[in-house]
Design a binder for this molecule. Structure first.
Ligand code: RFL
Ligand code: PHB
Length: 389
């Protein structure tokens, strides 16, 4: 098979890119290792920045998002005693929308056939070849038969564990990494949220986050040491811990219920640079990971895809050969700012085992400063709603 762009990975990055390219009349094929149901079964992001909402609107795929997404005009930082509200709408004029990654992916997946976007699920042994040439190709197996797709470009949207990034020689790239000494234990339950806005809490027993997916479905997290296993956390234990860490006001609003999903995700900051090598471009988690504290992962995947679609469109439709080499620097400028914000909010809101009294005093002082300074709140708000693309 021959196409213009071979996309590896049908997560939000791969599907969004596929739709943006198809909308410009550019040929592409998406290869996904898993089944569609498996991809939809992964419970991940919940908060969309305006840029992500705008991309869905540009594609005309935002009907359900508009009907079911919850517009959030603020969120809260809790410090054990009080709630510090960050009025994101008042401070920036923008908002974020609670609409699960699962739903974004479902909307993109459902619209693919009608828009001529071919997605091949259960593609095994995907491998990239000749990425330094102008004629790269991808091989994979389908039902035990080896197949080949020739393309002008390959875009790796295959997440942190996919093969694309690994196809780039170490001598041509650099990795930046910070691993955190805890993970987030998440619980999803069909109960109303404890508040209509998110709460990020720094309590002496650790971090907690109250989030949601709808008026009837809640998503909560607590941080746990990396040595913890899910078997140690009964639903009751999680609800008890949330009630303590989120503080009395939020606790009063918590409705308990059986978990419908429960998992532990380690926290990591990671950047791979550059995000292009020859005819291979990387987008989303394939190139970078942020700790979930800033709600940036999915939104960064969306901004990468926006820049990649722009560069590929310039190449194919205007014959502009400078656009592709410019992709990495453009994407990375936004990635690094989101990495900084996610790292700083993680540091502010978690108790690190290695921290002593000085580090804790710095957290107290910073939270106090945020509570009393419109300038500090504005800085947090403009990063949370997403920096411009
Ligand atoms: P994905 O979603 O990992 O998709 C990659 C796809 O590539 C496929 N793949 C392969 N396909 C073919 N051949 C291979 N060999 C392949 N290897 C892998 C995979 O099966 C998969 O379908 O990456 P993408 O598209 O870059 O999207 C990134 C986002 O998923 C991620 O950044 C977010 O989920 C991060 N994240 C959050 N982001 C936000 O913006 N807001 C949030 O509120 C938020 N909360 C979160 C999060 C991530 C979490 N976890 C579990 C990591 C909360 C959590 C708990
Ligand atoms: C979520 O709802 O899953 C969520 C919300 C905000 C975050 C991370 C995750 O910062």
């Amino acid at each position: 098979m021959r196409t213009q762009v071979a996309i590896i990975g049908a997560g939000p990055a791969g599907l969004l890119l596929g739709h943006l390219l198809r909308a410009e009349g550019i040929d592409c094929v998406v290869l996904e290792r898993q089944t569609g149901d498996y991809v939809l079964g992964r419970i991940r992001a919940g908060v969309l920045e305006q840029i992500t909402v705008d991309l869905m609107a540009r594609l005309g795929l935002d009907q359900r998002l508009k009907a079911e997404g919850l517009v959030e005009n603020g969120f809260n930082l809790a410090d054990g005693e009080r709630l510090i509200r960050i009025d994101i709408k008042g401070l920036t004029g923008k908002n974020v929308v609670v609409y699960g990654q699962t739903e974004v992916t479902r909307d993109l997946m459902d619209a693919a056939p009608a828009r001529g976007l071919e997605v091949i699920y259960q593609a095994g042994d995907v491998a990239l070849h000749d990425i330094e040439s102008d004629a790269p190709y991808v091989t994979y197996t389908s039902d035990g038969v080896e197949k080949r797709i020739d393309a002008r470009f390959i875009v790796g949207c295959d997440g942190y564990h996919g093969p694309s990034r690994k196809a780039i020689p170490a001598s041509a790239s650099q990795e930046f990494e910070r691993v955190y000494p805890f993970g987030w234990l998440g619980i999803l339950a069909d109960v109303p949220p404890c508040m209509n806005e998110l709460i990020y809490a720094n309590h002496e027993r650790g971090f907690a986050l109250a989030s949601m997916r709808s008026h009837t479905r809640s998503r909560y997290y607590v941080d746990v040491p990396l040595t913890e296993t899910i078997e140690n956390w009964s639903d009751d234990r999680i609800w008890d811990e949330l009630a303590i860490r989120l503080g009395p006001d939020a606790a009063a609003g918590i409705t308990r219920g059986p978990s419908i999903e429960k998992s532990i995700a380690p926290l990591r900051s990671y950047v791979f640079a550059p995000m292009r090598h020859g005819s291979l471009l990387l987008c989303g988690d394939a190139a970078h990971i942020v700790p979930p504290t800033g709600a940036k992962g999915l939104n960064l995947a969306a901004s990468d895809v926006h820049y990649a679609a722009e560069a590929l469109t310039s190449f194919f439709k205007r014959g502009d050969h400078d656009a592709i080499p410019g992709y990495s620097a453009k994407a990375l400028a936004r990635v690094w700012k989101a990495e900084r914000f996610s790292w700083s909010l993680t540091k502010l809101m978690h108790r690190f085992p290695e921290d002593g009294p000085f580090e804790r005093a710095m957290q107290v002082a910073e939270l106090d400063y945020v509570a009393s300074s419109v300038a500090a709140q504005t800085s947090i708000a403009e990063n949370y709603v997403g920096l411009p693309i």
